[in-house]
Design a protein around this ligand. Structure first.
Ligand SMILES: [Fe+2]
Ligand SMILES: [Fe+2]
Length: 239
């Protein structure tokens, strides 16, 4: 493998390591927060197990980034991501929807796409191990949302979905990629070409996330407008 793809693959796996570590800390914090207002909820125990999964994923990703010769920088401090105007319980719901219903669901779609490609055996092993857990992590989000929706109105989240999406992907996802990031060679090492990443992101919103949110009365209209404003690569079907 030549130097540049090797560096890019290493950086991608180092980035994933940090994301997994951040997820571990966020899930542990959210477990505590939910317990404080909903003692009977099964969600905190599931989140704690998910946090352990994320630590395991982080170690797997760090091993791979080392294989490609990249060190992993320290992760950002864990901080609540919800807007300050939300009350504590709504803020937890915001974070659970953003990190489980959206981020974990998108992660499953990405991993599934990569697993359908010819990837290096050691990369495939890691992708498989992570994918089986992320499916469950997505479900934890939907379970918490259903529980909250059964006792209160959750449609207030609708105008916040664009901010959640912006927090999930960098603005760069919707700009034209340079050829390096489009490289098919990187696929073998678990890195998606830019254009494919974008179409998976939008397709998963359209096929899974938006319909899932609509079931609880959370309109996808503001999110669709946000995507619309990001250009042709981000278009969804009209609702
Ligand atoms: Fe993970
Ligand atoms: Fe996860």
């Amino acid at each position: 493998m030549s130097e540049e793809p090797r560096r890019q693959a290493g950086e991608a796996w180092a980035f994933r390591t940090r994301v997994e570590r951040e997820a571990a800390r966020r899930f542990a914090r959210l477990a505590l927060a939910i317990e404080a207002f909903d003692a009977d909820s099964p969600v905190p125990a599931l989140l704690r197990r998910a946090a352990e999964d994320e630590h395991r994923h982080a170690a797997l990703c760090a091993d791979l980034s080392a294989v490609y010769g990249q060190p992993v920088a320290a992760s950002a401090e864990d901080a609540a991501i919800a807007p300050g105007s939300l009350g504590p319980r709504a803020a937890v719901l915001y974070e659970v929807v953003a990190s489980c219903c959206i981020t974990e669901t998108e992660s499953v779609a990405t991993l599934t796409t990569l697993l359908a490609e010819q990837v290096e055996p050691r990369v495939e092993k890691v992708l498989r191990e992570i994918a089986k857990d992320e499916v469950l992590h997505g479900r934890i989000g939907w379970a918490h949302l259903a529980r909250e929706a059964s006792i209160s109105v959750v449609s207030f989240l609708s105008p916040w979905i664009p901010a959640m999406l912006a927090g999930t992907v960098g603005e760069g996802l919707f700009t034209a990629a340079d050829t390096d990031l489009q490289s098919r060679e990187l696929l073998r090492h678990g890195v998606l070409p830019h254009s494919l990443k974008r179409s998976i992101f939008v397709g998963t919103l359209e096929g899974v996330v938006f319909p899932g949110l609509e079931k609880f009365g959370i309109s996808s209209r503001p999110a669709r407008q946000w995507l619309e404003a990001r250009g042709p690569g981000a278009r969804t079907q009209p609702s």
